[in-house]
Ligand binder design. Structure first.
Ligand code: SF4
Ligand code: F3S
Ligand code: FES
Length: 244
C-alpha cells in the first residue's frame, strides 16, 4: 500500500537568550519530516532531540490543560501541544508570546504575570463572616450559576488572550480578557460578598473594563473557547450602572 511521502516541514523559530549579552534575536530554521498525528509539541521535541538540545520551550501536560506551551504560531497565539502540523502549511513560524517575561527562545514566564494579576484582582472568595464561622454550610447555588462559574473557571492562564490583545501593548497595566473573565466569574458567584463598589474599584477604570476597545482578538484565540466577549460586555454594563 502506498502511504504517500511524508511532508517536509520547515520550522522557523525566533531564538534569543536574554541572559546572553552577546546574543541577538534571530530566526533559525529546522527541516524535519512530518509524522502522523504530529503536534507542534512533538515537532519541537524532535528538533531538540535531533538538531539543537539548547532550544527552550515549555510544556507540562501535553493535553491543553496546563497552558504552558502557548506561543505565537504563524502570527497567532495558540497552544503548541494542541496544534496538529497536518493543519498547518509546510512552513511554520514560531515566536514567544509577547508581553510576558522572556526566559529564552519560545519560553516565557507567564506565571509571574498571572500571579500579579490574581493578587491585584484578589481572585478568591471574599466572605468576612466565613472567617468567623468555619462550620457554616456553603450556601446553595442555582445549578445554572454553578455551571456558569465552572465554564469560566476553565481558563488555563495560558496568556493567549493577553498576547492577542492590542490594548495590552499600549496599556501595560490592563488586566486583559483573562482578568476580566476572572472578575466576571467572582461577580456572579453568590459566595463572594464583595460589594459593587469594591468590584468597581478593581476594574471600573481604563486598566479594567473601560480599557477594553472590543478588539475581539482575545475570544478568537482563546484555546478554551471561553465566552470572553459576552463576559466583558456583562461586566461593562455592571460597571456603568455602578459608576452612575
Ligand atoms: Fe488562555 Fe482563554 Fe484563559 Fe485567556 S481566557 S488565559 S486565552 S484560557
Ligand atoms: Fe483586548 Fe479582547 Fe478587549 S482583545 S481590547 S480584551 S475585546
Ligand atoms: Fe499543557 Fe500544552 S503542554 S497546555
Amino acid at each position: 500500500m502506498n502511504k504517500g511521502k511524508a511532508r517536509k516541514l520547515r520550522i522557523n523559530i525566533l531564538r534569543y537568550d536574554p541572559n546572553d549579552k552577546n546574543d541577538r534575536p534571530h530566526m533559525e530554521t529546522f527541516e524535519l519530516e512530518e509524522a502522523p498525528g504530529m503536534t507542534l509539541f512533538i515537532a519541537l521535541n524532535d528538533i531538540r532531540e535531533h538538531y539543537d538540545a539548547s532550544l527552550k520551550f515549555d510544556f507540562v501536560c501535553r493535553a491543553g490543560i496546563c497552558g504552558s506551551c502557548a506561543m505565537i504560531i504563524n502570527g497567532r497565539p495558540g497552544l503548541a501541544c494542541r496544534t496538529l502540523t497536518s493543519k498547518m502549511p509546510d512552513e511554520i513560524t514560531l515566536a514567544p508570546l509577547p508581553v510576558f517575561e522572556l526566559i529564552g527562545d519560545l519560553s516565557v514566564f507567564t506565571g509571574n504575570w498571572m500571579r500579579g494579576l490574581n493578587e491585584r484582582l484578589e481572585t478568591w472568595i471574599h466572605d468576612e463572616q466565613l472567617k468567623l464561622d468555619f462550620n457554616r454550610l456553603e450556601e446553595r447555588m442555582e445549578p445554572e450559576t454553578a455551571e456558569e462559574i465552572y465554564e469560566l473557571d476553565r481558563c488555563i492562564e495560558c496568556g493567549c488572550c493577553v498576547a492577542g490583545c492590542g490594548t495590552i501593548q499600549m496599556r501595560e497595566d490592563f488586566v486583559g480578557a483573562v482578568g476580566l473573565n476572572k472578575i466576571a466569574r467572582y461577580r456572579i458567584d453568590p459566595r463572594d460578598k464583595r460589594s459593587d463598589e469594591e468590584y468597581y474599584e478593581l476594574v471600573g477604570d481604563e486598566n479594567g473594563v473601560f480599557g477594553c476597545m472590543t478588539l475581539l482578538g482575545c475570544e478568537d484565540v482563546c484555546p478554551k473557547e471561553l465566552p470572553l466577549q459576552s463576559k466583558i460586555a456583562y461586566l461593562r454594563r455592571k460597571m456603568v450602572a455602578i459608576g452612575k
